[in-house]
Design a protein around this ligand. Structure first.
Ligand code: SAH
Length: 248
């Protein structure tokens, strides 16, 4: 009797494991919030608009292929979430074109554990992308409603470590300074001096610099051994930095 029961037990276990192995992926597909067309659109965006241009950093490509950009914008615009252009996020503001998000992230070369400050939280998408690279992301937004919405969205999507502040990003975030990287996602006609001050030696700062009503030049400032180096990269069009930046 006992002899015969071992194969039976083995068979039962094998059946349970096999059924589980087959059912689990099926269950996860059924419960996944993403439909196949969303996944396909995001894949297309990575291939055509990022890899197809000069986005080569494998980590940036992988992250942009994973972060659900469509969940950072209004439902009515979600079908355009992965298109090659910016989209409105309310209050006259925009979420940047995916390529620009990827480019600015690639330029900053954020390493795990580094501190990053973003000026212009907007939808929270850029902050989420950065949060995939480091657990120390600080972001400031000057519009109260956008701040509240972005903070809530980031939390809901599991980016609870991102620290969101309502205020004028012109002055940086002294409490957490110095930063390894600063990313400004609104346009200014000069680099706010407090942001340069709050940059570590070896730090990088990227900002759309120029006319705040028309076009700007994406500019990279690096600080090394006390010296500041400036590189002008490409032409861009961002919404203006308001507050203190406009008084100067
Ligand atoms: N990075 C955002 C998009 C930014 S749009 C995203 O991923 O969705 C630019 C944002 O900068 C707007 O939300 C605007 O309100 C904000 N902004 C403008 N001036 C600012 C300032 N002085 N300080 C902080 N945020 C500012």
């Amino acid at each position: 009797m006992l002899k015969a029961s071992w194969p039976t037990i083995t068979r039962t276990f094998a059946t349970v494991f096999l059924t589980g192995a087959l059912l689990l992926p099926l269950i996860s597909v059924c419960y996944s919030s993403e439909d196949p067309s969303t996944i396909a659109a995001r894949k297309r965006m990575v291939e055509r608009d990022l890899k197809g241009r000069d986005i080569k950093d494998p980590q940036v490509l992988e992250i942009m292929g994973r972060v659900p950009r469509h969940l950072f914008i209004d439902k009515s615009l979600q079908s355009q979430a992965y298109a090659d252009h910016p989209l409105p996020i309310g209050e006259g503001q925009t979420i940047s074109q995916p390529y620009i998000v990827a480019l600015m992230t690639q330029i900053l070369q954020v390493k795990p554990g580094e501190k990053v400050l973003e000026i212009g939280t907007g939808s929270g998408y850029q902050a989420a992308v950065l949060a995939e690279l480091t657990d120390k992301v600080y972001t400031i937004e000057i519009r109260e409603t956008l701040t509240r919405q972005a903070a809530q969205r980031l939390k809901q999507l599991g980016y609870e470590k991102v620290r969101v502040k309502y205020g004028d990003g012109y002055f940086g975030w002294e409490e957490y300074a110095p930063f390894d990287a600063v990313i400004v996602t609104c346009a200014a006609n000069h680099i706010p001096p407090p942001l340069i001050k709050q940059l570590k030696d070896g730090g990088r700062l990227v900002i759309p610099l120029g006319s705040t009503t028309y076009f700007q030049t994406l500019t990279l400032l690096t600080r090394k051994h006390g010296k500041t180096d400036i590189q002008h990269l490409i032409g861009v069009a961002f919404v203006p930095m308001i507050g203190e930046a406009q008084k100067r």
